[in-house]
Design a protein around this ligand. Sequence first.
Ligand SMILES: Cc1cc2nc3c(=O)[nH]c(=O)nc-3n(C[C@H](O)[C@H](O)[C@H](O)COP(=O)(O)O)c2cc1C
Length: 332
Amino acid sequence: MKDIFDNVQFGDLKLNSRIVRTGTWETETSEGGFLTPDIYDRYEKIASSGTGLIVSEMFALDHKDRFYPYSTNMNYRGFIKDYQMVTDIAHKYDVPIFGQLAFFYYDDGENQKVEANDIAQEGIRKLQAEVIMAAKKFSFAGFDGIQINMGNNFYLSRFMNPYFNQRDDKYGGNTENRVRISAEIIKVIKKTMDIHVSCRINPWDARKDGMTADESIAIAKELEKAGADSIQLTARTISQIYDKGEKHPFLVYVEKLIDAVDIPVVLGGSLRDMKTINDVLNSSTVEYISMSKPFVAQADFLADWKANGEGVSVCQSCNNCYSKKTSTCFKF
Ligand SMILES: Cc1cc2nc3c(=O)[nH]c(=O)nc-3n(C[C@H](O)[C@H](O)[C@H](O)COP(=O)(O)O)c2cc1C
């Protein structure tokens, strides 16, 4: 029987539970970008209560990015010092922590919002160098890994998606070519740094001629081939992915994905109680589960679940924490 509080191996990392606190922006940085005391307190609660792995809030490459007002530009003075304190908190409780990089737009020097079809090879090299430097900074700040968000509609997800990418050079066309920009980044990071590389990807894209579930699995295999250490699936902020009857397609998809790759795969979205999570774990090949909003509602809720052997998050999935962009629970 699997249980959420099992000690498990996650690629090269040991986790104290199967629960991943997934990327959640803080919107609590002060005027100059520095972290406020509340953030350290939140990380202390998350790390000390039974979380297996923490993914940080998203960091943007650039202050002009779409989600920049709610997240942290990693180019502020003090980034390494501030986040060394955050990673120290996680490590005090033997909890690995990844820095998440998520950028929506890319400025190639010619165009602030250059799209996949229009970026020249020089621009691609500049982008790749910036992502590699971000990984370097994360490692200087003590993060155990980088999670590159290649899901939702973030820049690299658009590169991978045939709906957006119609290039006719080696960065467009078949799956290998559309993944190449990311694969080349991963290869350099793995060759030059001792950090875990996690890729957050979409299970599919509902747009006509967008990415199918089979294509998503082919993408995951390309990322693994390049050296990615784990895959985490995106989940919409409101998603009813677990129905009460037959297995939902998301679970059918994830089992196919788990079968297709030899690296850990993290599933998440809308999971709120220990019984359902343990049921998912024990009725499928899923090994790791991510949660976001339950941690916004109560950062240390896992301590109660662990003590009682059961529990339900107080999060009511109202989604105000997301839609109001404050990362604050309006109910609790
Ligand atoms: C307040 C808030 C902030 C979020 N910030 C991020 C983020 O920085 N990076 C990211 O990849 N996803 C972010 N998400 C999406 C979550 O990681 C997660 O995929 C989604 O909330 C569904 O999971 P849940 O039902 O457990 O909350 C955010 C969600 C919320 C509610």
